[in-house]
Design a protein around this ligand. Structure first.
Ligand SMILES: [Zn+2]
Ligand SMILES: [Zn+2]
Length: 553
């Protein structure tokens, strides 16, 4: 049953369609007086349940119900889990997209790379500014994070102020861009904040997240220590980190090269938005290889072991320019995101095999998280003193823990949400009042399909059990006019399993011949399927997909 939106027209509603009970794919909606705004529209990365799919998006079918009422999309920052969904959905949504200069610069390049230059209505707003959007006034408030210009959104409405944090931390020395605007947060808190919708990523981490300044110091130490070629791999969008690597390279008398498309794209966007002004032009990876080994640092994509990223191609010997030799050093200025462990360890094992020194954030403090640890969360709550807390940007265990933390800090109402819930924030009894459709869409090649589509389920079965395809030539009397043809990709090998295939063929002939009455495609198909199913079960212990094709000759 669909949710009766009309009954709540005059209430302030919050509807997360992505990013709640998961880390990734953020999409948040706020509604009041029949007007809606969206904060962030991100992608997620597919897991092994979606073979052949790398990227997932939130299901936005609910937006049909508020067609014509969505005023705008406001972006908090340029991480993929917050803005990566725009190229897929901007056309359908057809509303202005508000972003700060760096976020806008990166989004425009992303659109251009996808062949969509100039097609989205991207409106640049200065960091810290306020956007008037009908029933909502969206005030951008600077918070530090692992990317420039992260803006929390203080959403001013006739029902109160919602503080939507986005991804954040309190970094006293972010090195690039301003520190978090604690003054404004305290002001808003003192004036009264109705609700906070807050990042839960590191709710289990005690203390504070650490500063980019400390990372810079340690990168300088590590690069000075190295004797051969140095590669530093990091998240391309962490411009402060890239700047730290540049400074560390300079301190060690080395020049800086980039390897990986996204690094060129991000540094280009950063320069356009006024960052990295003092950096010398970067060398290409080819130019770096022409330099003596102890005279360059190559910043490289692939810190998550991504298949096509530069570092992965280097260890496979497939990179067009870069070769590493024993005695070189690879610094991981990044953490391994849970789920990527296998591929990251593959690359690290390969590097070790080649005699290359691998330094990670466990051996040296060359990475800090961009998300708040517990002390930072506590500090945020003490500044803004919300009446309601809604933890987001976390799996269920994070949301649950964050809810308990918020309660322990004196927040009156803390709500554990999930994608698709409708939360009423206004009124005397805020809470979940209903559900709307939500889910995942899989980016499959150039198509968008529901993640539970039969095509994906079939592919999963094919991956796990293979298939058996039987072709039969039958004449007018439903008699076999030739031997059955069997192919079984992923189930039976033509050579190795020839005996089983032969026995299967004989059993199929017998089964077809045994049908004396009620000949039809259906009865024959079913008889053949039964035989194949039984034999696969007995001989292989598997349940492959079985396809029977009948040709009348
Ligand atoms: Zn995020
Ligand atoms: Zn982020």
């Amino acid at each position: 049953m669909s949710f009766n939106l009309k009954a709540y027209k005059d209430e302030l509603l919050f509807v997360p369609l992505g990013g709640t009970r998961e880390i990734g794919m953020n999409l948040n909606l706020y509604g009041l007086n029949d007007e809606w705004i969206m904060i962030d529209l991100g992608i997620g990365f597919a897991n092994e349940h979606l073979p052949g799919v790398q990227v997932v998006l939130p299901d936005i079918s609910f937006l049909e119900e508020i067609k014509g009422k969505l005023k705008a999309i406001v972006l908090t920052h340029a991480h993929e889990d917050h803005f990566g969904g725009i190229p897929y959905y901007f056309d359908e949504l057809n509303v202005p997209i508000y972003a700060t200069p760096f976020t806008a610069a990166l989004l425009k390049r992303k659109m251009a790379d996808e062949g969509m230059r100039g097609r989205a209505d991207i409106r640049e707003v200065a960091a810290g500014s306020t956007i008037e959007l009908g029933a909502f006034k969206a005030e951008c408030v600077a918070l530090t994070h692992s990317i420039p210009e992260m803006q929390a959104i203080a959403l001013h409405t006739s029902k109160g102020v919602v503080f939507h944090t986005g991804d954040w931390k309190f970094d006293p020395e972010p090195l690039l861009g301003p520190v978090s605007n604690e003054g404004r947060m305290a002001e808003l808190g003192n004036a009264g904040i109705l609700a906070v919708v807050c990042d839960s990523t590191n709710v289990f981490v005690e203390g504070t997240s650490g500063s980019e300044a400390m990372v810079r110091e340690n990168l300088i130490k590590e690069i000075k220590k190295a004797s051969g070629r140095v590669i530093v791999t990091t998240f391309a969008s962490n411009v402060a980190r890239v700047e730290s690597i540049i400074m560390a390279a300079q301190a060690a008398g080395r020049s800086v090269a980039l390897a990986g498309k996204s690094l060129w794209r991000v540094t280009d966007a950063a320069k356009e938005a006024g960052y990295l002004k003092d950096a010398l032009p970067f060398l290409t990876d080819r130019q770096a290889m022409d330099q003596p080994r102890d005279k360059s640092v190559i910043i490289c994509t692939g810190c998550q072991g991504e298949q096509r990223a530069a570092l992965t191609r280097i260890v496979r010997g497939e990179h067009p320019a870069v070769r590493l030799v024993a005695g070189d050093t690879v610094l991981y200025s990044a953490r391994c995101i849970p789920g990527n462990d296998t591929q990251v360890h593959y690359v690290q094992n390969k590097l070790t095999e080649l005699g290359i020194e691998v330094v990670t954030d466990r051996g040296a403090e060359i990475h800090v998280s961009g998300h708040p640890a517990r002390d930072e969360l506590k500090h945020l709550y003490s500044l803004i003193k919300p009446r309601i807390a809604i933890p987001v940007h976390g799996e269920q265990r994070h949301l649950h823990e964050h809810r308990k933390l918020a309660k322990s800090l004196g927040v009156k109402t803390a709500i554990e949400a999930q994608n698709g819930v409708v939360i009423q924030l206004s009124g005397n009894e805020p809470g979940i009042v209903g559900h709307v459709p939500s889910g995942y869409m899989a980016v499959d090649g150039i198509c968008l399909v529901p993640a539970d589509a039969s095509i994906i389920r079939t592919r999963r079965r094919l991956r796990d059990d293979g298939c058996v395809i039987v072709a039969l030539a039958l004449d007018e009397d439903w008699t076999l006019s030739d031997d059955p043809q069997i192919i079984a990709p992923g189930s039976l090998d033509k050579q190795e399993d020839s005996e089983i295939l032969e026995a299967m063929s004989e059993a199929i002939v017998e089964a077809v011949e045994n049908i004396k009455r009620n000949h039809s495609r259906q009865t024959i198909e079913e008889a053949v399927r039964q035989v194949v199913r039984r034999m696969c079960n007995n001989e292989l212990g598997k349940k492959p997909i079985i396809e029977v094709q009948i040709l009348r000759v």
